[in-house]
Each structure stands twice: as C-alpha cells, then as structure tokens.
Design a protein around this ligand. Structure first.
Ligand code: NDP
Length: 331
C-alpha cells in the first residue's frame, strides 16, 4: 500500500517537493479491525493551512507523517462485527491507498443511488459549508441579491444553486470563460470573470445595480474590498474562506474600505462548518431531495491515482477545477 507524507513545509504556492509518496506495509488484521481500500480522496484548500506549523482550529500536519483528509473507501477485509466486506465508509484518512481501522474513525455511507464521491462534495463537507454559510450565518431570504466568489468551485457552485432555489438573484465571480459559461448554465444570473476585468468594483456595480445583500466570501483580498463598496444597508457577509491569502508569504494589507461595515451597518461573520455538524441530517435530507429532483447539479474534476494527488491539491490554487476537486484511487 502507499501513502503521501509531508516532506517539507511549503513556502508560497506548494510544489511537488513538499509531498512524498511512500510505500508502507500493513500488518495482519487483529480482531476488531477492518482493512479499508480508499476509492476516492478529497483535496481541499484548508489543507494548505494545516501545512503551516501553527495553532489553529485543527492541528497542523507533522513533517514526515501521512497527510489526512476526507476519503471514501471500501472495506476489503473485516474482523469487526459491525463492518461487512464490501461496505462503503467515509473517513479522514485520505492521502493513502489503504488503512487499518478499529471502526471508530469510520462513518458508514447511507444506501443511496447517489455516486459515492458526492459524499466528498455536494452531499458532504463542501455542500454543507455552502448551506451553513447561507442559511445559518447569512440568514438568506428570498429576494436577496447574493454575491459568491470562487463561484465555480465545490462550495461556490453549491452556494450559487442553493441561493437560486431560495429565490435570490445570484452573482458569481470566477477565473475563466469556460467557468463563466458553466455557471450561467447552472442559472447564475450574472457572472464576472475577475481575471478579465479592469476593475472588479466597477464590474460588480454593473452586474448588481441594486447592490448586494449577502456576500458569500471564499476569496478575500481584492474581492472583499470590491464587494464592500456595493453592499446594501444591513447586508450580511458570511466569511467562509480567503483562498487568495493561503499562499501569502507576508501579511497583506486589509481592505481600505472596512468603514463600510459602520456606514452600511453590515454584519460580517466567519464560520467553520464542523461547528455546525449537528445540522448535517437536515442538510443531507434537503440536498438529497434537490439532487433527486434534478434541481441541483454537481460538477467535479477528477485526477487519477495517488501519484496525482499533490497536483490536484496544488491545482486548487491555480483554478484547475470546476466543482469539486477529487482524486480517484480505485474502483
Ligand atoms: P474550490 O473548489 O472553490 O477550489 C478553489 C477555487 O478557488 C479554484 O478553483 C479557483 O477558481 C479559486 N481561486 C484559487 N485561487 C484564487 C485566487 N487567488 N483568487 C481568486 N480565486 C481563486 O474550493 P472549495 O470549494 O473547497 O473551497 C472554497 C473556499 O471555501 C475556500 O476559501 C475554502 O478555504 C473555504 N472553505 C471553508 C470552509 C469552512 O468551514 N469555513 C469549509 C470548506 C471550504 P477560479 O478559477 O474561479 O479562480
């Protein structure tokens, strides 16, 4: 079996040298253990934060140790009464081909016609993040004008579609013409290609002459500053991520126009999806229904094999994905 470890800590944009693919021999199963073969693993922007040696909401990765992250696998050998061979499980033990577990770090996947990998995307953490940010943080309501940055990503594309279903006008920003077209096909009202505009602020003024009520923040930097200019009174900003900063090697200046928070009486709140996990059942019931009714589309970009996992991860910072970025590890 194989595993990817953190070879050295990245400075700036991660490179292939930061990762090391190693083989590992797994011992024979003991009573109460299962052997899981990973079929899919997730790469996510938050993993960049875990590569920095600092205190955060989640412990940093350790040098020379396997990386971790969301994964979907199949039990291929079992000495555990609760897991039969062939059952599908999710875990945080991605970045490896196989692992041994006592079961307490596994979640059995429900019996569903949905593709297994959707539990790493639209039905999993990223979909839940969009739903929590809009409903529980930004108090979304029908008629709101919603701006979503990194709109074509896993979280962003879910947020755009959830807001449309809630009866909102949705404006998204993304970094390529192809992604602009995809977002329009998903029903997003106006899409800005932020790489092609002279002034993001002017582009938002044109796309949303009525102003923005809810900003679903995934990017930070110039995006936050530009949107602040166009927020309506009593607007809400759900701060989900700031991917434009994750590879910063020095602190960047904050938005020059934060005083808009006062003038417009805005509410700006950050959140971590895991703090809201008690609501997963409610989210999953709703999202499962939307998917079954064909009201939400889930896009994904798939890299193949553990040897491509580092490239897939680095690709997140280069806009290589539409929808959820995934690595397929097995059949
Ligand atoms: P995405 O699928 O959105 O992938 C990242 C995308 O971000 C890229 O495809 C790229 O798209 C865009 N991007 C990358 N670098 C930049 C940049 N410098 N400026 C603008 N856009 C950039 O990832 P996720 O959906 O998994 O995550 C989206 C955001 O949500 C991230 O900030 C992440 O950290 C955050 N997050 C927060 C959670 C929470 O609990 N708070 C949970 C999950 C995610 P493009 O081509 O459009 O540039």
């Amino acid at each position: 079996s194989h595993v990817i470890t953190l070879a050295c800590r990245p400075v700036g944009l991660p490179t292939a040298d930061n990762f090391q693919l190693q083989s590992q021999a797994l011992p024979a199963l003991q009573p109460g253990q299962v052997l899981v073969k990973n079929l899919w693993m997730s790469v996510d922007p938050y993993m960049r934060g875990r590569m920095i040696d600092r205190k955060s909401y989640i412990a940093p990765f350790q040098l020379g140790e396997p990386l971790e992250g969301g994964a979907i696998g199949e039990v291929i050998e079992s000495r555990h009464p609760d897991f039969t061979v062939g059952s599908h499980v999710s875990s945080m033990l991605g970045w490896r081909s196989h692992f041994i577990s006592r079961g307490d770090d596994l979640t059995r996947l429900p019996d569903t016609p949905l593709p297994l990998q959707s539990f790493l995307g639209i039905m999993g953490m990223p979909g839940m993040t969009a739903w929590v940010g809009l409903n529980r943080i930004a108090a979304l309501k029908a008629g709101d004008t919603v701006f979503v940055s990194a709109a074509s990503g896993a979280v962003g594309s879910a947020a755009c579609q959830i807001a449309k279903l809630a009866g909102c006008t949705v404006i998204g920003s993304t970094g390529s013409a192809g992604k602009v077209d995809q977002l329009k096909q998903l029903g997003v009202d106006e899409v800005i290609n932020y790489k092609q505009v002279d002034s993001l602020s002017d582009a938002i003024a044109t796309a949303a002459p009525q102003g923005i009520d809810v900003y679903f923040e995934n990017v930070g930097g110039d995006h936050l500053e530009a949107v602040l200019n166009h927020m309506n009174d009593h607007g809400r900003i759900a701060v989900c991520g700031m991917i434009a900063h994750y590879n910063d090697t020095e602190a960047q200046p904050g938005p020059a126009n934060l005083a808009n928070l006062i003038i417009k009486k805005l509410k700006m709140e950050g959140f971590i999806v895991f703090d809201h996990w008690e609501h997963y059942g409610e989210f999953a019931a709703q999202m499962g229904q939307w998917l079954a009714e064909g009201k939400i589309q889930s896009q994904e970009t798939v890299y193949h094999g553990l040897e491509q996992a580092a490239d897939a991860f680095i690709g997140l910072f280069e806009g290589k994905n539409s929808g959820k970025m995934l690595v397929k590890l097995g059949e």
